[in-house]
Design a protein around this ligand. Structure first.
Ligand code: NIG
Ligand code: FE
Length: 418
């Protein structure tokens, strides 16, 4: 393939996994063509059906022979915490010696230890450490990433994290969605005063985040070691009063009913959900929510409780898949590995797994009208893969089959040139 910087591009001799079938299939179109105009997908279908106005003989159009490769939507990692200071390798060692994630958190480690390191780091240092993490995802075909705050836990440091997340978009051609997660853990200065901390979250942090336009959504860690259902409700009320969509870390280590609560607020997604029950699933379905599966955290914490995949399927709740990249429960910056784990650990079908990081990832971010599918009018965020069939993306990892990455119609990465 040749490198293109043109606004009108026609890809011929390609196969498409359009991901327009909600994960029931890949939405395959073989022997296809796809036309890009002004950063959007202008036409796609069988090459033999190509209309005259997209014809390969039009001199305005740059024609690229895809040589039988596969095109998918650019990948979407809809749940990450990839801006943070320090790392928690010491806690990894402690867990291997038998201490649990909860024990370490209750003893003052866990999220709070990353808070100390994040507060110490300057904006420049946070940006420098986050960039290679984002670059790794981008090299794997990711064109949209969600990044949460939640390691600042005071106003200036939460704002600092969100600003750094925004700055990453100037460094790499990746769409960044930011989520305010002030209610991630109790900072030590508010130990035994959760209500006092939530006053700050709701009455100081959130208004400032909104004023400076630093977040697209609000998230809460609702869990025994996080915030109770009542406390979570307070934050949801505040988010709603600012018209910000809601996401929730829910049912990860126990079932507190956070998914059902989030459904009352028409939340975008409930994430983790290993302990989610059918009542919660029904509520999520009714509210049009997406279930975000995080196999990296399940694996890294050696969890045994599987998320209720069969029930999610039964109630047709869309399942997204994400890395949850973070220093405590998923220091894994590999979206291909998530595809593999979603299949091997959670028994998703390969087309469901791929939907999890395309159309359903977009839905979890409220972007299902513009991203996550190859469809006319959608953003031309497209990954080109040197593979024979889409299931290969889930089947192997470690050799990167990405051949080319297109963002808003422009080729921004080329490797494994075919
Ligand atoms: O998604 N569950 C809460 N938050 C993160 C973990 C954060 C951490 O341990 O640093 C998660 O798993
Ligand atoms: Fe998370």
């Amino acid at each position: 393939m040749t490198y293109s910087k043109h606004w009108q591009t026609l890809y011929i001799n390609v196969n498409l996994a359009t991901m327009s079938d909600g994960g029931n299939s890949y939405g395959e179109v073989t022997q296809a063509a796809l036309a890009v105009r002004d950063g959007k997908i202008a036409w796609l279908g069988k090459e033999s059906d190509l209309p005259a106005d997209f014809s390969a003989t039009d001199s305005e159009v740059v024609v690229i022979d895809g040589k039988g490769q596969w095109l998918t939507p650019g990948l979407i990692d809809c749940h990450t915490h990839l801006v943070y200071g320090g790392n928690r390798a010491n806690e990894f060692e402690m867990r291997l010696q038998g201490r649990s994630y909860q024990e370490i958190a209750n003893a003052g480690g866990g999220i709070v230890s990353t808070v100390t390191a994040t507060r110490k780091a300057s904006e420049e240092e946070l940006l420098a450490s986050a960039l290679p993490r984002l670059a790794a995802l981008h090299q794997q075909g990711v064109t949209t990433v969600e990044i949460k705050s939640g390691y600042g836990l005071d106003t200036s440091n939460e704002i600092k994290m969100l600003k750094v997340a925004g700055l990453l978009a100037d460094e790499l051609p990746v769409t960044i969605k930011r989520t305010f997660l002030g209610a991630h853990a109790l900072p030590t200065e508010y130990k035994d005063n959760a209500e006092g901390y939530l006053d700050v979250v709701c009455e100081e942090m959130l208004p400032q985040v909104v004023n400076e336009n630093l977040a697209d959504a609000v998230d809460v860690f609702c869990e025994g070691i996080g915030f109770s259902l009542e406390q979570t409700k307070r934050v949801f009320d505040a988010a709603q009063s600012h018209n910000l969509p809601i996401k929730v870390h829910a049912e990860q280590l126990s079932n507190l009913g956070a998914s059902e609560l989030a459904a009352n607020y028409d939340a975008l997604s409930s994430d983790h959900i290993e302990f989610l029950d059918e009542t919660g699933i029904r509520a999520m379905k009714k509210a049009g929510m997406t279930a975000v599966l995080l196999p990296g955290a399940f694996y890294f914490l050696r969890e045994t409780q599987l998320p209720p995949i069969a029930l999610l399927r039964k109630h047709q709740v869309p399942m997204a898949v994400a890395t949850d990249a973070n220093p405590g429960t998923s220091p894994i910056h590999n979206i291909h590995l998530m595809l593999n784990m979603a299949c091997t650990l959670f028994k998703l079908t390969p087309s469901e797994a791929l939907a999890g990081i395309t159309c359903h990832g977009a839905k979890a971010l409220g972007m299902s009208e513009s991203k996550g599918q190859l469809a006319v009018g959608y953003d031309a965020d497209i990954a080109v893969w040197n593979i024979d069939q889409p299931a290969e993306l889930c089947y192997q990892f470690g050799v990167n089959p990405l051949s080319c990455l297109i963002k808003d119609g422009l080729q921004v990465l080329m490797h494994n040139k075919k």
